[in-house]
Design a protein around this ligand. Structure first.
Ligand SMILES: C[S@@+](CC[C@H](N)C(=O)[O-])C[C@H]1O[C@@H](n2cnc3c(N)ncnc32)[C@H](O)[C@@H]1O
Length: 419
């Protein structure tokens, strides 16, 4: 049957209607006429497969990666249209959840639409006796999609993947099943961490250092989780503005540095930091915001739960001579009451995808800060959390950052003022 695609809803299904009923299909673009086949009838909607594009949108693009459906399914849409679609999705989600007029959403596209990622994590599978890199097929533990060339990371990361797999075959190493590569795109240094089941680290992998600019090679035994440095260092450094950050292969660090620059610039404009102010950086990771903004305020309280991130936060404070940051190791739930009693002027909260929990939200409403800057990588939990926060705060700015071009992910920054 034929249908016309009306819109793409977050996180990426194309929506059309048949006899008033919603039909969800993959890989359509608004305005396109497509041929579909209904696969499943649910109470309020149908799921369908796209059989054929009858009248293609001018925004349709040829995907660059053979495996794109698994990790970057928007590759079939030209980049500028991806950004518009994300804006439309956010507008709809804000309006639906909050039902009030809000400031306009300002979009910040990624300066790089390709080769923007400084991190990749892949599985190792064996195909016809040869090692290959792969992604898990979403929803499955034992089905994989081979990855030949990933266009979201640099050419040199792809070369390192090739050398690494060759080396696994050459040395007959069969018990490494996953790896992470982190890259400093400015210096071309890379860090390789591989996970395996063998008790002994594969020391001979150090030969890879002759083929690529590797700052270090690390092995993690999956049973013990112990990290063993096979060669070089177990960390990588990255300059962001005037600060140098060190972080480990498993640490949290923003993956799209060019878009991160835009976020930093906007926070600085909105917050208008001044000498006497107190800043609280909740969910601070290795200290990206705490370290960058500390010189502009009186003091920073930085809260982080993961020990590895906290380790690098301390190192980054020393290396950048930041003496006005108080470290709060542990969960935000554990620290929030105490922190709010210290009356921060500005709070930056950048939680994981699950968002803020009820305890944090009620504390933020009970003892509001003058300016709350909520950075979210999940618009669904963001709008859920804004609903109760709006009893105490008003939204002044909404910015959306495309940290993840070619994917449905949306990063949003909402600045709130206490009423
Ligand atoms: C999205 S990252 C933000 C990191 C940082 N703002 C940055 O830009 O580099 C979220 C961070 O929150 C930390 N985290 C997760 N749950 C937490 C909790 N309940 N309390 C404190 N930190 C938490 C994670 O370890 C991670 O470093």
């Amino acid at each position: 049957m034929q249908t016309i695609i009306e819109k793409i809803i977050y996180p990426g299904k194309s929506l059309s209607r048949q006899d008033g009923k919603v039909v969800l299909v993959d890989a359509g673009i608004p305005g396109e006429t497509v041929e579909i086949q209904i696969d499943r009838e649910k109470k309020n909607y149908c799921e369908a497969s796209l059989l054929n594009v009858i009248q293609a949108s001018a925004h349709r693009a040829t995907p660059r990666c053979s495996h794109y459906k698994v990790c970057s399914p928007y590759q079939y849409i030209q980049y500028p249209r991806q950004v518009e679609i994300k804006k439309e999705q956010l507008e709809e989600m804000f309006l639906h959840a909050l039902k009030k007029e809000l400031p306009p959403i300002l979009m910040r596209p990624s300066p790089l639409a390709w080769e923007y990622r400084n991190k990749i994590r892949l599985q190792v599978i064996h195909k016809d006796g040869k090692a290959a890199a792969a992604y898990h097929i979403p929803g499955s533990h034992n089905k994989f999609m081979p990855v030949d060339n990933c266009r979201l990371v640099s050419a040199q990361v792809n070369s390192l993947i090739g050398y690494f797999l060759e080396e696994l075959d050459k040395q007959k190493i069969r018990d490494i099943n996953e790896f992470i590569i982190r890259e400093n795109p400015d210096t071309a240094e890379m860090l390789l961490l591989c996970y395996g089941s063998g008790r002994k680290p594969p020391l001979s992998l150090s030969e890879l250092k002759e083929k690529a600019l590797l700052t270090g090679i690390i092995y993690v035994n999956k049973q013990t989780n112990a990290q063993i440095c096979i060669s070089g260092k177990n960390e990588i450094t990255q300059q962001v503005r005037e600060a140098t950050f060190s972080y480990g292969a498993e640490s949290f660090f923003q993956v799209n540095l060019k878009t991160l620059e835009l976020l930093i610039e906007d926070i600085q404009d909105i917050a208008a930091f001044s000498d006497g102010q107190k800043l609280a950086d909740l969910y601070c990771g290795v200290g990206t915001f705490a370290i960058l903004f500390a010189p502009f305020v009186r003091e920073v309280n930085a809260v982080e739960a993961a020990p590895e991130n906290m380790f690098y936060l301390k190192k980054n404070m020393r290396d950048n001579s930041r003496r006005n940051i108080a470290l709060r190791q542990g969960s935000c739930e554990q620290w929030i009451g105490k922190l709010l009693k210290e009356t921060p002027d500005i709070i930056i909260a950048d939680p994981p995808r699950s968002g803020l929990n009820n305890q944090i939200i009620s504390e933020l409403c009970r003892n509001p800060a003058g300016n709350l800057i909520y950075i979210s990588c999940n618009p669904a939990t963001l709008v859920r959390d804004l609903k109760p926060l709006l009893n105490t705060y008003t939204i002044t700015h909404i910015y959306a950052y495309d940290f993840f071009p070619q994917t449905p992910h949306i990063e949003t920054m909402v600045s709130l003022k206490s009423k």
